[in-house]
Design a protein around this ligand. Structure first.
Ligand code: G
Ligand code: G
Ligand code: MN
Ligand code: NA
Length: 253
């Protein structure tokens, strides 16, 4: 495909950018951090969604170079924000192929050192389905990441098949409730009971719980009442460029 050849050149041509979507503290609405989300500015086709190009990158062996760039760029940006006086955590998404990269934890540690970032300020988001796959190997990778000191977030929670005994042993700090559950809040009573149960589970496991895809005031009110710690979604902000986020966050304070 054309897109594949274009993607091969995208990094060198500086066509990739990280957008950032704020995470906010549920009780106060204050920004606590941001999730980095890749954007591809294609020279002729315009903006291409990662939902389109990440599967291509994964299939054709390009995800590791892209993922390594994301790690470096997110750390560089975290440094820049700290230098501006913005205290924020930064989260990156890791693909299953990155977890299989033998030197992943080392690379992340090097990027943190390069920009002199406290490892606790970087969160690695790993989807529940990936985290539960190949439990023995995955646990080793999580342990290595934990040794580096980064935080681990179980992303899209509720869409995979978690073993609770395994989840309990994973060295994770955060659980993100999948947006499909959030969407049904206020519409479907089951959704509220499920989200309530997930929040209680997270609390029992001493995990911070984040809801993603919050779009309405009603969803916000329900999530706050249920004790969700942090929220992310279009109600607060869409993913935006790093510069726009600085302005947004400064205004917020
Ligand atoms: O923001 P958005 O609609 O564009 O993201 C679409 C999907 O692409 C989401 O599932 C998101 O997790 C994924 N994604 C975005 N950026 C990255 C990235 O840097 N690495 C990986 N592995 N996935 C990403
Ligand atoms: O899969 P992951 O959760 O990493 O990716 C986040 C995805 O969700 C991105 O595609 C991002 O653009 C999208 N997103 C973020 N907030 C909202 C929201 O409030 N509503 C919807 N529909 N999508 C959202
Ligand atoms: Mn994510
Ligand atoms: Na998610």
């Amino acid at each position: 495909v054309d897109l594949l050849n274009d993607l091969r050149r995208a990094l060198a041509n500086r066509e990739l950018e990280l957008y950032y979507q704020p995470k906010v503290h549920a009780p106060s609405g204050e920004i606590t951090g941001a999730e980095a989300l890749m954007r591809w500015h294609h020279p002729t086709r315009g903006m291409i969604s990662p939902a389109v190009f990440i599967p291509i990158a994964e299939r054709f062996g390009l995800i590791n170079p892209l993922g390594n760039w994301v790690i470096d760029e997110a750390c560089r940006q975290a440094r820049a924000w700290r230098d501006e006086g913005l205290r924020m955590r930064v989260a990156v998404n890791l693909s299953v192929y990155q977890l299989r990269q033998a030197d992943l934890a080392e690379r992340i540690g090097e990027a943190l050192q390069r920009y002199n970032i406290n490892p606790k300020l970087l969160t690695c988001e790993i989807t529940e389905s990936v985290a539960m796959e190949d439990a023995v190997e995955t646990m080793k990778v999580f342990d290595r990441l934990a040794q580096v000191g980064v935080h681990i977030s179980i992303d899209d929670f509720g869409t995979g098949y978690s073993s609770l005994s395994y989840l309990r042993k994973l060295p994770a700090e955060e659980l993100k409730i999948d947006r499909s559950f959030v969407q049904d809040l206020g519409i479907n009573e089951d959704a509220e009971r499920v989200v309530d149960a997930v929040i209680k589970l997270a609390q029992a496991l001493q995990l911070k719980v984040v809801a993603e895809g919050v779009e309405t005031e009603q969803q916000y009110a329900i999530l706050r009442a249920l004790g969700c710690d942090e929220l992310q979604g279009y109600l607060f902000a869409k993913p935006m460029s790093a510069r726009t986020l600085s302005l947004w966050a400064m205004n917020d304070i």
